[in-house]
Design a protein around this ligand. Structure first.
Ligand code: SAH
Ligand code: SF4
Ligand code: F3S
Length: 460
């Protein structure tokens, strides 16, 4: 019996990227190895996202493509992630060539699921939630991070907020925090394979409750020997504490980038979104952050065309973006999601016509592109510090990495993955800088081989 191969197509956020790694580890225990070529796979898993309708559509069209591989070589097809958790049996009913459906809490059950399918020739659905008290976070195997210098570390799962538009509380359940000691142990283990930068992830990291405050967790992570940079995502503005702001003042390893989704610049819209902060409160918190780290890069998420959003509401969002001058924004048109308050109330609040939504989004994107280009152009002629991550995605002759502010830099140079280098910047676009390596500041303690080719991650 030769080794079987698996291919995982990952959609969505960092939670899913992390879950994909855990799936890989569960499959390694069954002597499956990864392949970047879907046509060679014996097992295909779609790790899905249901944050917007488009994300689901992308899953369905990918499934259509993978059907061929099933027909040609009898590959098994599984659907995991947030659509799986939401739709459960309905996916099997709708798509006859899917063999199994499993939710984010059932990743550890993958071996059992595959055995059942092979022995009993049945189709399987595993979407039970593990409740908060008994949930144990899977410990990442550092082997799956080999080749990387930057890695995500899960610190919590689920979300207890009730933003009226959002499907996450329905797909990921209640918040559960991972104990501090476990997080620190995982960070320390990652340093043994060469990881120098970690991003602590959760849907709502500010409400972390794993035995310390989130700010304390960040400070302790920064003290783990071998860790040079600490980041985190995502934060809800309503619990951005003074202590977290202060962490930026005292800890230089806490990188000067804050992703602070505002969603809208109109207080009326924010109320309907159930975001429980006002624009003024948001700006006040941001002002405090900028007081301690004046150069901090701020990025955001915005929903355009939320039910009831008037032209005047949108102008307020536009004006807010002009005022804040975000480094970047992830903005999308509103998409109604099953079981959410916004979907139930859409008719009452007043749906925004599709063309209006799209026109508003385009205007916002144009504004952001101008601002991003201006923010980036300031660096031409200066030097920036970069942590080398690998070969550039646009030109394999070059390398790429990120600045402390999380700006991508493509450069000419020979520093290995994991080195901290100084780059003289000679080019800027709205999304990346370009330049030449002028000096190596420090090398990693562990030699990192070229990162392997990994299957596509699709941010929906
Ligand atoms: N936990 C994060 C957000 C996670 S979802 C937070 O609270 O900030 C990522 C982004 O998707 C959200 O910030 C929001 O802007 C967008 N989003 C969520 N639901 C959406 C919907 N129904 N339609 C359009 N965009 C949505
Ligand atoms: Fe969704 Fe709001 Fe939770 Fe973010 S904080 S995951 S937008 S419910
Ligand atoms: Fe993430 Fe999408 Fe689920 S954003 S939590 S994978 S719905």
């Amino acid at each position: 019996m030769g080794t079987k191969r698996y291919f995982i197509h990952t959609f969505g956020c960092q939670m899913n990227v992390n879950d994909t790694n855990r799936m890989g580890e569960a499959l390694a225990g069954l002597s499956y190895s990864p392949t970047p070529v879907v046509e060679n796979a014996d097992l295909i898993i779609l790790n899905t996202c249901s944050i917007r309708e488009k994300a689901e559509d992308k899953m369905l069209s990918a499934l259509g493509r993978y059907r061929q591989v099933k027909l040609q070589r009898g590959a098994l097809i599984g659907v995991g992630g947030c659509v799986a958790q939401q739709e459960k049996q309905k996916i099997l009913d709708k798509v006859p060539y899917v063999d199994f459906v499993f939710g984010p809490d059932a990743i550890g059950k993958l071996p059992e699921i595959l055995t059942r399918i092979e022995q009993d020739r049945v189709r399987v659905v595993e979407t039970a939630w593990v409740d908060s008290e008994s949930y144990v976070f899977p410990q990442a195997d550092p082997v799956s991070s080999r080749g990387k210098t930057t890695e995500f570390v899960t610190v919590m799962k689920g979300c207890d907020n009730v933003c009226a538009f959002c499907v996450v509380p329905h797909t990921r359940g209640r918040e559960v925090s991972r104990p501090v000691a476990e997080v620190l142990k995982e960070v320390a283990r990652l340093t043994t394979v060469g990881v120098r930068e970690v991003t602590l992830v959760g849907q709502n990291v500010n409400s972390y409750q794993g035995g310390s405050s989130f700010a304390q967790l960040l400070l302790r992570t920064a003290q783990v020997p071998g860790i040079e940079r600490v980041r985190f995502t995502t934060s809800h503005p309503h619990d951005l504490s003074d202590e977290l702001v202060d962490a930026f003042r005292v800890e230089p390893k806490l990188m000067p980038h804050f992703h602070l989704p505002v969603q809208s610049g109109s207080n009326e819209v924010l109320v309907r979104m159930k975001r429980d902060y006002t624009v003024a409160q948001y700006l006040e918190r941001l002002g405090e952050l900028r007081a301690v780290r004046p150069d901090i890069a701020v990025t955001t998420d915005i929903i355009v065309g939320y039910p009831g959003e008037t032209a005047a509401d949108f102008e307020q969002t536009f004006a807010l973006c002009e005022q804040v001058r975000y480094d970047g924004q992830f903005s999308f048109v509103y998409s109604p999601r099953p079981k959410t308050i916004a979907m139930l109330k859409e008719q009452e609040w007043g749906p925004v016509p599709h063309e209006v939504k799209v026109a508003r989004l385009e205007r916002l994107n144009r504004l952001q592109k101008t601002i991003s280009t201006e923010v980036m152009s300031v660096h031409v002629g200066r030097t920036v510090e970069v942590l080398v991550e690998g070969r550039s995605r646009t030109n394999a002759e070059r390398r790429f990495g990120r600045t402390p502010h999380n700006r991508v830099v493509n450069f000419d140079g020979d520093a290995p993955v994991g080195a901290l280098v100084e780059i003289a910047v000679d080019f800027a676009s709205s999304s990346a800088l370009g330049g030449k390596q002028v000096q190596v500041r420090s090398l990693p303690n562990v030699v990192i081989e070229e990162a392997p080719v990994v299957p596509e991650v699709c941010v929906a």
